[in-house]
Design a protein around this ligand. Structure first.
Ligand SMILES: C[S@@+](CC[C@H](N)C(=O)[O-])C[C@H]1O[C@@H](n2cnc3c(N)ncnc32)[C@H](O)[C@@H]1O
Length: 314
């Protein structure tokens, strides 16, 4: 890997649980998909740790793919601007040999996206209500808060934010239209929730998470991305997923659990009659979490939940 392939700082995004990711892919040779390339921190660490690896880096954010000069001239790295929800198509096009050694998904948004006010992800600063991770998203957060009905907004807040006060917030949002600014929306949400609920975390946290998930179709992309990765990797190949909230983690946990189900015949049957073969083996019996030291150094790591599996049969 050449010099340009190493980010000289983590100013774009500080990667989370790097040691754990490196250890899970130790000994892997061939092509890995980094489905959430971001600032390239995981990719750079992986390529540096193992000269036998090549990486196909995917991100739906053109800024991530074009801004970081990481490896544009590095034969071990190939970058593609795409949504990992289309992973099956991406692999058919980019990996005609079909030989894939593993996949990494580090979900959610990068620090760069969060900290760039004009992207509209944060209620801490003023910015347009955008929240699109990439140009493939068909509508922005402004479209939702200004044009969807209170019913539809409440459903988004409930389903994608697990927001207890979904109704109150949705009604307040509709009443205070039009909205153009992230900080203003944050204030409307904060004013809509009971005072007692304002004390711990920021009262707009769940609303912003929910809007972001709806704008980017994040959960559907995760489901189809995981299915495609599981189908595509070779036996012995590994999939590592880092999620940041329970909705993502639930999807990962369930899909991995489904894949580990083997023969369901009664134990006294001498030969398997059901034909069910486990396709996956869990590498993390319980989800892994960042160490207290990592959380101290990088507070944004605190909600990370890592799960990993190995493919056992095709
Ligand atoms: C937490 S960051 C990844 C950081 C990266 N691991 C690093 O070390 O810098 C998540 C990245 O995934 C991208 N992303 C999220 N969902 C995506 C999707 N469905 N398809 C492609 N990229 C996605 C975001 O644009 C963001 O850049």
């Amino acid at each position: 890997m050449n010099q340009t392939a190493t980010p000289n700082s983590y100013s774009y995004h500080r990667p989370v649980m790097v040691d754990e990711v490196l250890s899970l892919f130790r000994g892997t040779t061939g092509l890995l998909v980094d489905a959430t390339y971001g600032g390239g921190g995981h990719t750079a660490a992986l390529l540096q740790s193992n000269p036998e690896l090549r990486v196909l880096g995917i991100d739906r954010d053109l800024d991530a793919i074009t801004r970081v000069p990481v490896g544009l001239d590095d034969p071990a790295l190939h970058l593609v601007a795409a949504n990992f929800g289309d992973l099956e198509k991406i692999l058919a096009h980019e990996v005609p040999s079909g030989d894939l050694a593993g996949a990494l998904f580090d979900l959610g948004v990068s620090s760069h996206q969060l900290d760039t006010a004009v992207r509209g992800f944060s209620y801490h600063s003023s910015g347009p209500l955008d929240m699109r991770m990439g140009p493939d998203a068909t509508h922005s957060a402004a479209d939702i808060v200004n044009h969807w009905s209170a019913d539809e907004i409440a459903r988004v807040l409930r389903d994608y934010g697990e927001e207890r006060f979904a109704w109150r917030i949705a009604n307040a949002v509709v009443k205070a239209r039009p909205h153009a600014d992230t900080a203003e929306l944050g204030r409307v949400v904060a004013d809509a929730v009971p005072a007692a609920a304002r004390r711990r975390k920021h009262p707009a946290r769940r609303t912003f998470q929910a809007l972001r998930i709806a704008v980017n179709g994040e959960l559907a992309a995760l489901r189809s991305g995981l299915d495609a990765a599981i189908d595509a990797i070779r036996p012995g190949g590994r999939i590592v997923v880092i999620s940041y909230h329970s909705l993502e983690d639930r999807i990962v946990k369930r899909r991995f659990a489904e894949g580990t189900v083997g023969c369901t015949c009664p134990p006294d049957l001498p030969v398997c009659a059901c034909g069910t073969v486990a396709e996956l083996r869990r590498l993390t019996r319980k989800a892994m979490r960042p160490t207290p030291q990592e959380i101290e150094n990088n507070p944004r790591a605190r909600s990370a939940i890592l799960r990993a599996v190995e493919k056992v049969a095709s």
